[in-house]
Write a protein that binds this ligand. Structure first.
Ligand code: CA
Length: 484
């Protein structure tokens, strides 16, 4: 009892000391407190949209400075061979949020905006990262582009998220004066959905800021709101996806860029970079930087001829299974576990974000389905050697295209032509060795076929079938009778 009393007294003294210090200088004491807690790490997942591999400072961009995004890389790890699982938005995001190759559950196309269709989106057989982390008392918010289903049963709050601020479809106008559709049932066509007012959870709101700035503001606010619990904040910027729209504040930074579209693109990237800076600063001032995993990546490669992005040395662009479509700017910071300034060159996948965060939980994670993502942390910290993935795979179902990367070798069937490259010496995929290495090609073809066997047929029609879908669904945007 004496010992207990002594300990109680010591604790009391400690608590009073901390309280006094907190009152004296709130900001300086909190980082120390946060680092001594035993909470699992928070996750801030920042996803850019259609950002080119070469358009961040940490991948060599000189034209578009991204000092804040670069901080993530400089204070953590740069993945030079970081991949997404599809070369365009929707399926890439479905993989990211489930930790599984999206073709395992038929998410093989960019979904259409169809608020009355419960099958147009992420099948209910799948668990999102927010659902899984929710079992471990995480709060979770998605800010920005959802793109995983617009039917009321498919929306973020039905898929495990605590909060949502953003829009449901695959893109959006950036200026509030363009948001003229009161809700999803006033939409008249696929791309008219770019004009809807934003949603906060289930309510439409009147936003007044440039969209990228609004999403950054929300991220900062949710960090404040969630700071006492473990949290997962998914900042799904739609920038720099088209339409190319930026405010004068950001355009003024790029007077040296002559081409007006490239200038606007650069301004949009700069707005994202400012937002990343605000998020990182908020983590620091709340004392949460040490134990928060911050990840930055793009959902696919840049569509160079559409938004004037630049994939650097990589061949191909958004939509392509060449590197320019699937290899993306990718960096991660977690000061508690990862040293600053690491460059990690073995191939990693967007699915590994899921694999990495669930591995940090103190009690077993209940998964409905086996995942493909792996825990990268022991590889980055040299506790494990070898490759996180023996093979990485991609499928474009409707084009009958596939690709596999095994070590540094990439084999692909693109546009009915077979390709084989050694990415270690030929990252631009310019020297096709298919005729010279027939045995290797055959072996990789066999591996790819075995993987394809595990994949499902597409679960819904995609963007390319917009017209057919319209014809078959004349009531596509009709307001349900019980909704007014
Ligand atoms: Ca995209």
């Amino acid at each position: 009892m004496i010992i207990l009393n002594t300990m109680t007294t010591m604790r009391l003294h400690l608590a009073i000391g901390i309280l006094v210090l907190s009152m004296l200088n709130c900001k300086s004491i909190q980082p120390e407190l946060a680092s001594t807690t035993n909470q699992p790490p928070n996750l801030v997942l920042i996803l850019a949209d259609d950002l080119g591999y070469g358009d961040v400072g940490f991948n060599g961009s000189l034209e578009i400075p991204t000092p804040n995004i670069d901080r993530i890389a400089q204070e953590g790890v740069t993945f030079t061979n970081g991949y997404v699982t599809w070369a365009a938005c929707g399926p890439s995001r479905a993989g990211l949020i489930t930790g599984r190759y999206q073709d395992r559950f038929g998410f093989s196309r960019n979904p259409l905006f169809a608020p009355n269709d419960p099958n147009m989106g992420l099948p209910l057989s799948e668990q999102t990262l927010a659902e899984v982390l929710g079992q471990h008392d995480y709060q979770s918010a998605i800010l920005g582009k959802w793109h995983l289903g617009a039917h009321p049963s498919q929306r973020p709050l039905q898929r495990g998220f605590t909060d949502f601020y953003g829009f449901l479809t695959g893109g959006h106008k950036y200026f509030p004066e363009d948001w003229i559709r009161a809700d999803e049932y006033e939409v008249t066509s696929q791309f008219d959905a770019y004009h809807t007012k934003l949603l906060r959870n289930t309510e439409r709101v009147e936003e007044t800021e440039y969209l990228t700035d609004a999403l950054s503001r929300e991220a900062v606010n949710y960090l404040e709101q969630y700071k006492d619990d473990p949290f997962f904040i998914y900042v799904a910027y739609n920038a720099p996806h088209g339409p190319l729209q930026a405010t004068q504040k950001y355009l003024d930074r790029f007077q040296h860029i002559e081409h007006p579209k490239r200038r606007t693109y650069a301004a949009m990237v700069s707005a994202v970079d400012d937002g990343v800076g605000r998020i990182l600063d908020q983590l620091t001032s709340l004392g949460l930087a040490e134990n928060t995993i911050v990840v930055f990546l793009s959902d696919n490669g840049g569509p160079e001829t559409k938004n004037y992005s630049d994939n650097g040395p990589l061949r191909g662009a958004k939509g392509s299974l060449f590197e320019g479509g699937i290899r993306v700017p990718f960096a991660m910071r977690w000061p508690k576990q990862i040293e600053a300034g690491i460059t990690y060159e073995s191939p990693v996948l967007s699915l590994d974000i899921f694999g990495s965060i669930i591995a940090q939980q103190k009690s077993p994670v209940q998964l409905q389905n086996p995942i493909d993502g792996v825990n990268l942390i022991p590889y980055i910290t040299n506790q494990k050697t070898g490759l996180p993935h023996q093979e990485l795979y991609w499928r474009k179902h409707d084009q009958d295209e596939v690709a596999i990367r095994q070590g540094n070798t990439k084999f692909a069937n693109i546009d009915s032509e077979l390709h084989l490259y050694d990415l270690n010496v030929d990252k631009s995929e310019s020297n096709n060795q298919i005729t010279r290495k027939q045995d290797l090609s055959n072996a990789l073809q066999a591996k790819t076929n075995a993987w394809l066997e595990q994949m499902k047929e597409p679960a819904f029609l995609g963007l390319r079938s917009n017209k057919t879908y319209d014809e078959n669904h004349p009531n596509r945007f009709e307001r349900p009778k019980d909704n007014h």
